[in-house]
Design a protein around this ligand. Structure first.
Ligand code: GTP
Ligand code: MG
Length: 219
């Protein structure tokens, strides 16, 4: 796969592998911001439209099939689910699996409530080191993705696009969506310039993503 991904050193890849080979423990599901864990570790959140593959990617990264619950039906994740990943106190971080925004097969007012909760969380969490903003490779950036990106720009929260489900595309179309998404992200100031490319199904791009997360946790 041709990508715009930077070359990672064997040391960075190793660090990612080590981190994700450690314990990963489900801590809690939060339904409001006043019940979040203390902001005492680096935090990386998985955000994106409903059904884009947030929970699946978390499982693929940690190599645990059902750590986070996944489903065919949009609207599976209904809380801010906190996981603690790490071998030691000084080499660990929170991973947060968020409810999706946009369409979900649950009542509209519930989706609106989650979306507000997710937005408040993204804007206001002091230890949020980076948001991994997942985008379905078949669809690219949609209007509500761009709305979230604008909000993150305004709030100066660092985020990075992760294309998902790339196994569902032909090689040629993969190339196009990677190029198009990279181009589209240029006007968003807080967006990391590198677009990461993944398939949880085929385990594509996981080593690079693990390395990126390990770097965030350590530096
Ligand atoms: P919500 O919690 O509802 O917002 O969804 P989510 O973003 O957590 O998505 P989830 O991980 O539950 O996955 C949604 C569906 O997409 C499931 O049926 C997954 O099996 C499927 N899926 C996720 N990742 C991939 C992938 O890389 N390739 C393919 N082919 N399917 C995937
Ligand atoms: Mg989910």
């Amino acid at each position: 796969m041709t990508t715009n991904e930077k070359i990672r050193t064997p040391k960075e890849i190793d660090r990612g592998r080590l981190l994700f080979a450690g314990e990963c423990e489900f801590l809690m599901g939060a339904v409001s911001l006043d019940t979040l864990p203390k902001a005492n570790a680096v935090e990386v959140a998985f955000a994106g439209r409903s059904n884009v593959g947030k929970s699946s990617l978390l499982n693929a990264l940690t190599g645990r099939k059902s750590l986070a619950r996944t489903s065919n039906t949009p609207g599976r994740t209904q809380q801010l689910n906190y996981f603690y990943l790490g071998n030691r106190e000084d080499f660990g971080l929170y991973l947060v699996d968020l409810p999706g925004y946009g369409f979900a097969k649950v009542p509209k007012d519930q989706v609106e409530a989650w979306t507000e909760l997710v937005k408040d969380y993204l804007r206001g969490r002091p230890n949020l080191r980076r948001v991994l903003l997942l985008i379905d490779g078949r669809h690219g950036l949609k209007r509500n993705d761009k709305d979230i990106m604008k909000m993150l720009d305004v709030s100066a929260v660092s985020y990075q696009i992760v294309l998902t489900k790339l196994d569902k595309l032909k090689a040629n179309d993969r190339e196009k969506i990677i190029q198009k998404t990279s181009e589209d992200t240029k006007k968003f100031v807080a967006c990391h310039p590198e677009v990461l490319t993944t398939s949880s199904e085929k385990k594509w791009g996981l080593e690079e993503l693990r390395a990126e997360v390990a770097t965030l946790a350590l530096e």
